[in-house]
Design a protein. Sequence first.
Lengths: 336, 121
Amino acid sequence: MAWLSNIPATVWEGLRAFLGPLALTMIVGLLLTLGWVQVNALFLVWLERKVAGHIQLRIGPKEVGPFGLLQTLVDGVKLLGKELITPAPVSWPLFVLSPILVFAPVLVSFVVIPFGPGTQIRDLNVGLMLIFAFGGLGVLAILMGGWASNNKYALLGAIRSVAQNVAYEIPLLLSAMSVVIMAGSLSFQAIVQAQEGLWYVFCQPVAALLYLVGATAETNRAPFDIPEAESELVAGFHTEYSGMRFALFFLAEYTNMFIVASVATALFFGGWRGPFWPGPWWFLLKVYLLIFVVIWVRWTFPRLRFDQLMNFAWKYMIPIAVLNLMVTAVVLKIVR
Amino acid sequence: MSDQIGTDYLFVLVFLLAGVAFALVPILLAFLITPRGVGLRKLTSYESGMTPIGQAWIQFGVSYYLFALVFLAFDVDVLYLFPVLVAYGGFAWRDLVGLLVFVGILSLAVVYAWCKGVFEW
């Protein structure tokens, strides 16, 4: 039976010799990412509904599969069978492009997410910046889709979304920067390596808090879900999208949650560090704990009014973030 | 060195293209298998079930454009800071003062907007 257990290793070695290590990493990484994106979205939608249910003293989905785990899969199949309606007044090239543009950049971020020491598809030396750069493209897609819909709700939702994302991107970047200045690198491996003794959440509690609030706003989640406030704007920017196009917006949203939580884990919570288990398990555990907190917040706090939302970002978060960064710079200079 | 950078961005490019392809597949699949109904009303914009009044593409005051202007000032600031912070290890006190002055001047954008009443609604 020994030859049976050797098969995976043999196949791996064979592929490695045939394709070369680089192409193999690329292909395997890509396949794993594509699978992960779907499993993650299926699981998160289920988790969201289950947590929401229990917070509101309901059970949540329970019929399809054990504990209702397959509910999202069934919903996905249903969405696949729904008609793709393109309303007559839309600007159709932009309307069709928007769901694709919202999803494609999301995948790129997976290149640099550090699941473990060396367990990373490619350690770019500008990893953090890559994630923020491609994260910023999402706003463009939302504006494109909202404007192209030629629908009042969609347009208002898109404009609000842009104003909000733009406002919260600055504290997000500034709080990430106070980690960069301490680690002296933008590469995720280096940033996690630098948290050898102490996680940055203990040196930079203010930055960690700012990052989490900013990330919640960047992913358009309650209490910052004004862009899709269903009581006033129907569904915001994706009002006119149906079927699979709508599903792509959702897939991108839940994958974005995973990405911002991964970045938070790597920047502030020691990445893959932890006793007993191998790194990737710790990393995933931390990521999903953070996501659970974000979901918990959504079902606990009411939505902010729009002026409060904007003023909170500009009057409090940005000045605090700038001060935090400058104080970090001065303290670092004194200490070193 | 440049070879390694080329490989790095090859990964980014491949993942981006794969993202586009991956997004296209379900849309094409849905396009092939979904039913298609006919009817004029179905293709109108959604306006809570009423007949839509006019278009959304009209001129109206978007009060957020001032925020956009302040954002531009800050975003340039942030882009400048990234390389500065990575190289921070080798800084002298004089460089730190320069950094503080630069960020301080750019932060005046928010102070100016605040005094001008942009944040009053």
